[in-house]
Design a binder for this molecule. Structure first.
Ligand code: ATP
Length: 293
């Protein structure tokens, strides 16, 4: 008899029962992991002579939300930027180790970083609409891809704004400036802009840190919805947010090495329920219980 293993999780998202704390499914059977999207191994990042983060190894799985948490300066954003080669654009940044994307080396010489960033989109901390209309903000990446009939462009803009849970609020003012929207709406506009080109992955660097609690709740709901379609990796300072939305959580910290040089490193990576209920490392426990950081 076929058994439906789809459950609604504590985070309210309907998905395969992949991420219970012990890795079992709804019936307590071990289950296969969703496909691996990123396989990061032994990642080191330096900025000039500054070692930002070292020895990071983790895997990100398809259509899951993976949260990167930890105190300021431990390298969360640095690691996030390695996942779509944004660090290529940071002067002095040097990345070593391996980042495989669906098994392919993301840093191989033949890989086009522009194509990487099309497939792996990024949403930033501060909403950053372009000084253009709402419509043109969303259409921007589509226009860069090449000419399309107006009707197709209209459809794709509507699809992206609907996907970003913003269509109903803006459908009658698409020609108005993106700056005329509230902060939370601007962030959803930036999410619409990112998803308009139909990426496979969304990287989000503290996407709610500039938003009030109501706008934050809307963006969190949106993330849960988007995770039905996209793989999401989010950097957040907000531990409740990581606990609410993510399937897996990576805890980073910054500490001195044997030479007294401070750098970030990954302490623990596991399913979110486990990180927040029964972490393996004392440093994780101290951080999530608020004793440190
Ligand atoms: N462009 C840069 N040039 C030089 N050093 C940098 C650069 N970006 C980050 N760093 C350094 O790398 C280390 C990690 O920074 P990163 O921003 O990745 O940490 P983070 O955990 O995301 O911090 P926060 O939570 O404060 O955003 C820090 O010591 C930081 O000062």
């Amino acid at each position: 008899m076929a058994v439906d293993l789809t459950v609604t999780t504590a985070r309210g998202r309907t998905k395969p029962a992949s991420v219970t704390a012990d890795g079992s499914d709804a019936l307590g059977e071990p289950r296969p992991l969703p496909p691996t999207v990123f396989d990061v191994s032994d990642l080191f990042v330096t900025y000039g002579s500054h070692r930002a983060v070292r020895e990071v190894s983790l895997t990100v799985h398809e259509r899951e939300i993976t949260a990167l948490i930890g105190p300021s300066g431990c390298g969360k954003s640095t690691v996030l930027r390695c996942l779509n080669r944004m660090n290529d654009q940071v002067p002095g940044a040097r990345v070593t180790g391996k980042v495989a994307y669906y098994g392919e080396d993301l840093y191989a010489p033949q890989v086009d970083p522009i194509e990487v960033r099309r497939r792996i989109g990024m949403v930033f901390q501060k909403p950053n609409p372009f000084p253009k209309s709402i419509y043109e903000n969303v259409a921007y990446g589509l226009r860069v891809e090449g000419r399309r009939p107006k009707s197709e462009l209209d459809d794709r803009v509507e699809e992206a704004l609907t996907g970003a849970a913003l269509w109903d609020e803006v459908k009658d003012k698409l020609k108005e400036s993106g700056f005329a929207l509230s902060g939370g709406q601007q962030q959803r506009l930036c999410i619409a802009r990112a998803i308009a080109v139909r990426p496979e992955v969304l990287l989000m660097d503290e996407p709610c840190s500039a938003l009030d609690p109501i706008a934050t709740a809307k963006v969190e709901d949106l993330m849960l919805k988007l995770a039905d379609e996209f793989t999401i990796v989010i950097v957040t300072h907000n531990m409740q947010q990581a606990a609410r939305v993510s399937d897996r959580t990576a805890f980073f910290t910054a500490e001195n090495d044997s030479e007294g040089v401070r750098h970030g490193r990954l302490v623990e990576y596991d399913v979110t329920d486990k990180i927040f209920s029964n972490p393996a490392d004392r440093r994780t426990e101290d951080y999530i219980s608020g004793r440190f950081g």
